[in-house]
Design a protein around this ligand. Structure first.
Ligand code: FES
Ligand SMILES: [Fe+2]
Length: 351
């Protein structure tokens, strides 16, 4: 399906962010991943669990059932399942055939979120989850810079690849986000694209440019140097370093860093035409108070809304009955490479 070739939807043998830790509670919650319904909940001991979200008896949603201790009981005819997916009781008969189990998904809690493995469970290698210490997410309190910006999860009405395309072509900042973080110079500065095994990096170094409306309003700085350096840890997470400093050519405070942050965008396919979009950020400079964070958080929420708007509008433009072809520009090196790499991962796992 667009923008991949026919029959290619998503990489299955992979870890994806399923939820932020705080979202998963003792109340069973339904979430779709790679076009399959999943039910998420915690056991009495607090361990997060992910099971197939559809009852094998009559397809009733498992999230509409209830927990009795660690046993999930279907809300339709009362068939019961343990946290490992095994069926423990069928009210209308004594015998419990093994076929009545629910698929259990490997789930790993790391930092403030949960990673789900959507493919062959025998291949669920935890070392494939991006190294959290290396990307700046440490569990120790206060280790991540200022963390007052709320974590956000959005369910987006557009296919997941549109969000990857968005994050792989940051020239859109100059236009889609022109009233906030956008700077014309981002679009006219070429990006350096590098890649390796399951990662793709795109970096721009903008010199002595007119600052964004945001930077002007918050810091009163007119000319800046700007580094925007994003790495896509395939197929699930983009980690972006953003550093704004006063232009090295300025008469005063030349080169002083005025804003230094890391953004985390996790994208998880939900259904064929929808996706989960998780966002988090750490801000290392300047040190900000709780009150100072409120407008920053509001600004970030607006930027995310704009990206979701673009994604859903593009989804609306895609015909259901015929293939589409994009015309590419010099700014699309990372997009083209990203799509190719993902498609070859999909093809490799199909053999
Ligand atoms: S549909 Fe779940 S028990 Fe019948
Ligand atoms: Fe954006």
């Amino acid at each position: 399906m667009y923008p991949f070739s026919e029959g290619c939807f998503a990489v299955r043998n992979a870890w994806y962010v399923a939820a932020f830790s705080h979202e998963v509670t003792r109340e069973p919650m339904e979430r779709w991943f790679l076009d399959e319904p999943v039910v998420l909940f915690r056991t009495e001991a607090g361990t997060a669990v992910a099971l197939a979200g559809r009852c094998p008896h009559r397809q009733y949603p498992m999230a509409a059932g209830r927990l009795e201790g660690d046993i999930l009981v279907c809300g339709y005819h009362g068939i019961a399942f343990a946290a490992d997916g095994r069926c423990t009781r069928i009210p209308t008969q004594d015998r419990v055939p093994a076929a009545f189990g629910l698929r259990a998904y490997p789930l790993v809690e790391k930092w403030k979120w949960l990673w789900i493995w959507t493919g062959d469970p025998d291949k669920a290698d935890e070392s494939l989850i991006p190294d959290h210490a290396a990307i700046g997410l440490r569990d120790a309190p206060g280790a991540n810079g200022e963390l007052s910006v709320p974590l956000s999860h959005n369910h987006v009405g557009g296919r997941y690849q549109l969000l990857h395309d968005n994050l792989l072509d940051l020239s859109h900042l100059a236009f889609l986000h022109s009233s906030s973080i956008g700077m014309e110079a981002i679009a006219t500065t070429s990006d350096e694209v590098t890649s390796g095994d399951r990662w793709l990096r795109s970096a721009r170094h903008v010199r002595d440019a007119d600052s964004s409306p945001w930077i002007r309003a918050r810091y009163g700085v007119a000319k800046v140097d700007f580094v925007i350096d994003f790495t896509f840890h395939m197929p699930a997470l983009h980690v972006g370093l953003n550093r704004t400093s006063i232009s090295a050519d300025a008469a005063e405070r030349a080169g002083e860093v005025i804003r230094d942050s890391i953004v985390y965008h996790a994208v998880t396919p939900a259904r064929r035409h929808s996706a989960h979009y998780f966002f988090a950020t750490t801000i290392n400079a300047p040190a900000t108070s709780e009150e100072a964070m409120a407008p920053i958080a509001a600004g970030i929420a607006k930027v995310i809304e704009e990206d979701i708007f673009a994604t859903e509008e593009i989804e609306r433009m895609i015909p259901a009955d015929r293939p589409l072809r994009d015309l590419m520009t010099a700014g699309d090196v990372a997009v083209v490479k990203g799509r190719r790499m993902l498609e070859s991962m999909m093809k490799a796992e199909r053999g």
